[in-house]
Write a protein that binds this ligand. Structure first.
Ligand code: ARG
Ligand code: ZN
Length: 879
């Protein structure tokens, strides 16, 4: 597992596999002190490889080899080489069977890669390179084989035995053991292999596909979670229907299974026919899950299900192509979520994540293209760039081609590449071939890292009625990439007249009716667009609906932003104008003297917002959220966290004081709305009342305190209970905070998902989550270093969300994080490497911070025996 100088893998060095595997037969003997894995591979030389006498090379990791046989004859010392991380057989025939027996110790597997135990059950995580922790295998996605898997285990402890595909056999064995055999008819890469063994309850449902086939749907969960499955099951059925309706994709096996496990490094995994989920991403009930959690579950269930086509039937040739399946699948799940709820709100949420976190990644030392050219540890590349920017790239193709052509393109892609392992270039080519569009320059989105900056300036000539927009793009340098070429950017815009009416966009020389909105296609470093026939100077509404993942610079005045905030017909840009205004106001107060006043027009704007009964309430709820500290830091040149925190708090306090009565009215208007529902309207109402409550408690309002305590006690759902708790925790009512936290824990102490919420509410609060309190949380009996969710809910939440405390000028927050990263590096390097992220941005901060962040990184760098995961992140950050 540990190398002192990890190797860099390059896309340019890709070679087709020398050997292909047609069939994999696996037999697992599961015991308490380990597992024996019998593997039989049917192998043949790859006719495309050109290397005729190549040795057979199989990956391995943490395996104890018991025996190797070729065509039934045991291999002797000298006939094979066990290198620890590989098994090499120098001389093999053209076609053969290889039998390998390995012994592994799932009960001691704390990395949660390969086969491991989680609360008493066996489960697997093989993406990206976990299968090699199970047995020796050509563990690369372009080797696709049919799998047959027999699982043997004690029947009373592990009554449920699952793997991919369909169950084909089962029976009793000696000593109270039993077995089940599964067969997956679809060739797949090893990263899609899965196995589960446990004492689980089964929830059943069915789905009839568009061609009339009946599919058995199953969820397997621990008995205590039996009541938390309904929502995910329903989301699954909606996803299956949606993928048929929108993409023409029908499910292909007779059974589809979902399993929930408590210890999981990521959100979920799309193993063929047997999706495995982090409990927190699939289990939910009204009493225990927030609205945000329900929406997350819906999106992740859909995401994993959609992978069955975009990922499994058509998979990646190599891990550089990861965004082929992840970008496309995130795009698909975001379309699905938009269809299920409020499209504008979904767009706002996606853009917020992108602008806050992906832009930061793209501007930092780990910046990489959507299709990276090299990596040390592929686990480090499951990033916002691969997922979220990758999805934006697919969205741009969708918008350039239009609905119909995009569907033709995706049909062609699935048809042309079914059963293959392909590249992002194959995807783009299918889109080109189906639509006839040239996406040559567009491909740069996959190759160039960094967030393009689009700077817009304008002039209006009253005498000719011509409005001239000059649009320049540039892409900042990123590690290893300088002097970038202009990209193909779809730039949607509209123009508004003084009365708020949209104006026609007639480009000079054009005839016919001019549209009220258009998408300009930028392809050069600079363009000048002339719009004619304008009788007044328009206010531009730029990058509507966030039509490309870029930063837009335009010198909007506060007047113009106020105007767009109430008049832009594009909901996204209405929200964005409010954000830009709030950012501008907060930024002007950063580092300003105590006496500096807050822009009064901001209060007026929020007042009209709160009183606007016409406005879509879901949009209003979003518009009421102030830009986060993380976003403000991302926008800053040399971020002074304490000053940003103070400025934001000041604005928040000023707004809450100025709007006290309106907020109270908003709260009262939005309580007591009958049964709990998950419609966009109901979600918006809960969001509005909890925002109002939070703001009012922020200024210590006594009446609001009483309302919060009442809501906390009487809530019939977690959104409201947690909303009240969060408001109390972030207030100065210290006693009420303590009481509420105690009551909450007492009530939910046996529910791990809720305990995680309880941890994170504290860890992310500057009132309840200062470092000494964080250390107490780590000593809490419910905290568990082996459970990634617990680590994320305390250490992760502290470093990523409690920015004022984490960036304590004395450096204690950084030191603390370094300490926890070093501790975790020994047990779970994937999680350790993810936790380092906040420190990697050290260059972004004012000198007092950055120096100490850097030395915390150096402390991690100097730890003995650093994992490859943490090594790569730390060394690249310090380079
Ligand atoms: N393919 C999974 C998903 O996005 C994520 C698996 C990530 N695994 C990892 N070791 N990084 O649905
Ligand atoms: Zn995915």
């Amino acid at each position: 597992m540990r190398t002192n100088q990890p190797q860099t893998i390059y896309l340019s060095e890709y070679k087709v596999p020398a050997y292909l595997v047609d069939q994999v037969d696996l037999r697992f003997e599961l015991f308490e002190d380990g597992a024996r894995v019998h593997s039989t591979l049917t192998v043949r030389r790859n006719p495309d490889s050109g290397e005729s006498a190549a040795p057979l090379f199989l990956h391995g990791d943490s395996l104890q080899l018991e025996s190797v046989a070729l065509n039934g004859s045991p291999l002797r010392t000298g006939e094979f080489e066990d290198r620890g991380d590989a098994l090499v057989v120098p001389s093999v025939p053209e076609k053969f069977e290889l039998q390998v027996v390995t012994w592994i110790e799932p009960q001691n597997n704390t990395r949660l890669e390969g086969l491991y135990k989680s609360s008493g059950m066996f489960c697997t995580q093989c993406e990206a390179e976990g299968f090699r922790c199970i047995t020796f295998y050509p563990d690369r996605p372009d080797v696709m084989a049919r799998f047959r898997t027999r699982i043997e285990a004690d029947k009373s402890a592990y009554p449920v035995l699952l793997s991919n595909g369909n169950p084909v056999d089962n029976g009793e064995l000696e000593n109270g053991r039993h077995f089940v055999t599964w067969e997956d008819p679809f060739p797949k890469p090893a990263y899609l292999f899965a196995l589960v063994a446990g004492d689980l309850v089964e929830k059943k449902d069915t789905f009839t596909t568009c061609s009339g086939r009946n599919i058995d749907l199953r969820m397997y969960v621990e008995p205590r979670n039996a009541k938390k499955c309904d929502f995910a099951m329903d989301a699954l059925k909606r996803s299956m229907r949606w993928d048929e309706d929108v993409y023409g994709r029908e499910y292909d096996l007779d059974i589809f299974m979902i399993v929930a496990v408590d210890d999981f490094n990521m959100g979920a995994m799309e193993n063929k026919g047997l999706n495995i989920f982090n409990s927190s991403c699939v289990l939910a009930s009204q009493e225990t899950a927030t609205d945000a959690a329900f929406q997350r579950i819906e999106a992740i269930v859909a995401h994993e299900y959609f992978h069955n086509w975009s990922g499994n039937r058509v998979t990646c040739r190599d891990w550089f192509q990861l965004s082929l399946k992840e970008g496309f699948t995130v795009f698909r799940d975001s379309q699905f979520s938009a269809d299920m709820g409020s499209p504008t709100v979904k767009r706002i949420e996606d853009a917020t994540l992108l602008r806050t976190a992906q832009f930061a990644e793209d501007a930092g030392p780990m910046a990489h293209p959507v299709r990276p050219a090299s990596y040390m540890e592929i686990s480090n590349f499951y990033t916002l760039t691969i997922y979220e920017k990758g999805a934006e790239v697919v969205r741009m193709i969708h918008n350039l081609l239009g609905d119909e052509m995009f569907r033709k393109g995706s049909d062609l892609y699935f048809q042309r590449h079914d059963g293959q392992a392909v590249t992002t270039d194959d995807f783009v080519r299918a889109m080109e071939d189906a639509s006839g569009r040239d996406l040559g320059q567009f491909r740069l989105w996959y190759e160039q890292a960094g967030t393009p900056v689009v700077s817009v300036s304008d002039e209006y000539d009253e005498s000719s009625g011509i409005y001239r927009l000059t649009v320049r793009q540039s892409i900042p340098d990123t590690p290893g990439q300088t002097g970038k070429k202009p990209q193909h950017i779809p730039f949607a815009l509209g123009l508004l007249g003084a009365d708020g009416q949209p104006l026609p966009l007639k480009l000079s020389g054009e005839s016919g009716e001019a549209p009220l909105e258009r998408v300009l296609e930028l392809s050069q470093a600079e363009h000048c667009f002339e719009f004619e026939g304008l009788s007044e100077r328009p206010v531009p509404s730029l990058l509507r609906d966030f039509s490309a993942p870029v930063r837009v610079h335009y010198p909007w005045t506060r007047e113009q932003l106020l105007f767009l905030m109430s008049h832009d017909p594009d909901g996204f840009n209405r929200w964005d104008a409010g954000q830009r205004l709030a950012v501008d106001v907060i930024q002007s107060l950063v580092g300003a003297p105590e006496s500096a006043g807050v822009e009064p027009r901001l209060v007026d704007a929020y007042r009209s917002l709160l009183q606007d009964s016409e406005l879509d309430q879901a949009l209003m709820a979003k518009m009421l959220q102030l830009p986060s500290e993380a976003y403000l830091i991302e926008l800053a040149e040399q971020a002074d966290v304490a000053a940003i925190h103070q400025a934001r708090e000041k604005v928040l306090g000023y707004l809450a004081e100025g709007l006290r009565d309106e907020l109270m009215a908003c709260y009262r208007r939005n309580v007591g709305q009958g049964d709990y529902q998950l419609t966009p309207e109901a979600i918006a109402r809960r969001s509005l009342r909890n925002t109002a409550l939070g703001w009012l408690l922020h200024i210590g309002d006594q009446e609001a305190l009483a309302l919060a305590k009442e809501q906390f006690r009487g809530a019939d759902n977690m959104t409201d209970r947690l909303g009240a708790l969060r408001a109390l925790v972030n207030s100065d009512f210290a006693e009420d905070r303590t009481q509420a936290l105690e009551a909450f824990y007492k009530r939910f102490s046996d529910d791990p998902q809720v305990v995680e919420l309880w941890f994170s509410v504290q860890a992310s609060s500057d009132r309840a989550g200062q470092l000494p309190q964080i250390r107490q949380l780590l000593d809490h009996p419910a905290f568990d270093w082996k459970n990634p969710n617990k680590v994320r809910s305390v250490v992760g939440a502290f470093a990523a969300q409690n920015l004022a405390a984490f960036h304590n000028p004395d450096g204690s927050g950084y030191e603390f994080l370094a300490e926890q990263v070093c501790r975790l590096d020994d047990s779970n390097p994937q999680i350790a490497a993810r936790l380092v992220a906040p420190l990697t941005r050290w260059r972004k901060f004012a000198p007092g911070y950055s120096k100490q962040m850097k030395s915390a990184l150096e402390r991690i760098r100097d730890k003995a025996e650093l994992s490859r995961d943490v090594y790569e992140v730390v060394h690249k950050s310090l380079a």
